[in-house]
Ligand binder design. Structure first.
Ligand code: ARG
Length: 475
């Protein structure tokens, strides 16, 4: 059903309709569209712009339509252009002429962005729930390995030994920032656009404040032209979703590496692995690889919307219709990836012995020698040089640092006495790293406990928001 046509003599060409049509993807805005129509109806009714009895009939029909959309009884048809026209067809089927009453004081321009804001808020909260669950799994897994050592890396080369719990828990910091970003996003996204009309507001006695309040938005637009053209909330959401994807991809890369035969640190559970159609022995970490691979489309969706917005005249333009598919795709992608990665992490077991054996290899304790000399007031540059000489001695004779004799150590530097042996152990190196946020197991345990508390606070905020949103939707 077309929402326009009076001034045209001919119907649009097939190609025009085909290109304009968005109902095959924007249909998922239907519940939000119906809810914002109910809010608009309330204002039209309270301003006596719709007769009381018509308003009651429209409200009843909208509520019926909501259930029919949910059950699939009412659905879009090939001749519907978008979700708004499909739903108006539904209303008109039930009510005849008064089905078109809701268009008073409202344009699809303010309607579509109001719907999309509601959709985004609903789904960003759902994503946040999954990120919280992922963080919980990361922190619990980290807790199991606080007292296990492993080589820490820079340049994927052994650098210094670390608590393996520290290594895993770092990912929770990244996702905590993402949760913080989502909370912050809500401050700018939770602004109602309803009442902005096509661009200039309305001459009818509407109340954008009342509809904003009814729909649970924190505030209402300040400039009606901005209200219909702003898609910052879409771009920002896509950025946050991309960054979550990038963080997932970094986990994916580590898991893939750790599960390789060369490392053989990670034993990924059968339920989170896949096999090969030709090589019977294969057990592949496909979830980790997909987590890594899916980040590409998330970044692509962000770039697609930013490019669409670039230099777009700051008002409603049809280009804006291109905001939806990238957003839907990024959300759908993470709805798939997040639970899979959470399950993969929760069920992976690590080979403690293998990691501990690897921890001191690659001369990862060399920094301990330099730090030991610094504690004896040797300037760091000389201390570094001496520690390097110890490494060279070991390399030449195929030994580890702790296997150098007292004489050899003293030859390298007069201050290098036998006391250095105390720090030439992995456990000595780990327990000495006590500066805040360091890898000393006691600090790692505290870091994990603190982050679990923070994660619980995020989870509570997300649950409260979800509750308020679902009450608003069913009001
Ligand atoms: N389907 C359109 C969109 O997503 C709705 C708004 C159309 N408005 C218009 N004036 N043609 O942007």
């Amino acid at each position: 059903m077309a929402l326009w046509g009076g001034r045209f003599s001919n119907a649009p060409a097939d190609a025009v309709f085909a290109l304009s049509r968005s109902v095959h993807y924007d249909w998922r805005l239907a519940p939000y569209d119906i809810r914002s129509s109910l809010a608009h109806l309330a204002v039209l009714q309270s301003s006596s712009l719709i007769a009381q009895k018509d308003a009651a009939a429209i409200r009843k029909a909208l509520n019926e339509l909501a259930s029919e959309v949910l059950s699939g009884e009412f659905t879009a048809l090939p001749e519907d252009e978008d979700v708004h026209s499909a739903l108006e067809r539904g209303l008109t089927l039930k009510l005849g002429e008064i089905g078109g009453s809701l268009r008073a004081g409202r344009s699809r321009n303010d309607q579509v962005t109001t719907d999309l804001r509601l959709f985004s808020m609903d789904h960003m909260n759902e994503i946040a729930t999954l990120v919280c669950e992922l963080n919980d799994a990361i922190l619990k897994k980290a807790k199991d390995y606080v007292n296990d050592s492993a080589p820490g890396f820079t340049h994927i080369q052994h650098a210094q030994p670390v608590s393996f719990g520290h290594e895993i828990a770092k990912h929770a910091q990244a996702f905590s920032r993402d949760l913080n970003r989502i909370n912050d996003w809500f401050k700018r996204a939770s602004v109602s656009s309803l009442g902005a009309g096509a661009l200039a507001g309305s001459s009818l006695p509407l109340s954008p404040e009342l509809t904003a309040n009814d729909l649970g938005f924190d505030s209402v637009f300040a400039n009606s032209i901005d209200a219909v053209s702003d898609r910052d909330y879409v771009a920002e959401a896509l950025f946050i979703l991309s960054l979550i994807g990038i963080h997932l991809s970094r986990i994916g890369e580590e898991w893939t590496l750790w599960a390789s035969t060369e490392f053989a640190w990670a034993k990924v559970a059968d339920e989170y692995s896949t096999g090969s159609s030709i090589m019977p022995q294969k057990k592949n970490p496909d979830m980790a690889e997909l987590a890594r691979g899916k980040s590409g489309r998330l970044v692509g969706n962000l770039v697609s919307v930013l490019t669409m917005l670039k230099a777009l005249p700051f008002a409603y333009n049809r280009d804006l219709q291109e905001d939806k598919e990238p957003l839907f795709d990024s959300i759908d992608t993470l709805l798939l990836v997040l639970p899979a990665v959470t399950g993969m992490i929760a069920t992976t077991e690590f080979d403690r012995e293998k990691m501990a054996l690897a921890a001191p290899t690659g001369f990862s304790l060399a920094t301990e020698i330099a730090d030991y000399l610094v504690r004896k007031n040797v300037p760091f540059a000389s201390a570094h040089e001496s520690a390097g000489k110890c490494v060279a001695l070991c390399e030449a004779s195929g030994r580890q640092l702790h296997q150098l004799t007292d004489q050899e150590l003293a030859n390298v530097h007069a201050s290098l006495d036998g006391g250095v042996r105390e720090v030439l152990t992995v456990s000595g190196a780990l327990t000495s790293r006590t500066t805040s946020g360091g890898t000393a197991p006691v600090l790692v345990a505290k870091q994990i406990a603190d982050t679990l508390v923070l994660n619980g606070q995020y989870a509570k905020k997300i649950a409260d928001r979800a509750q308020a949103f679902s009450e608003m939707m069913s009001a």
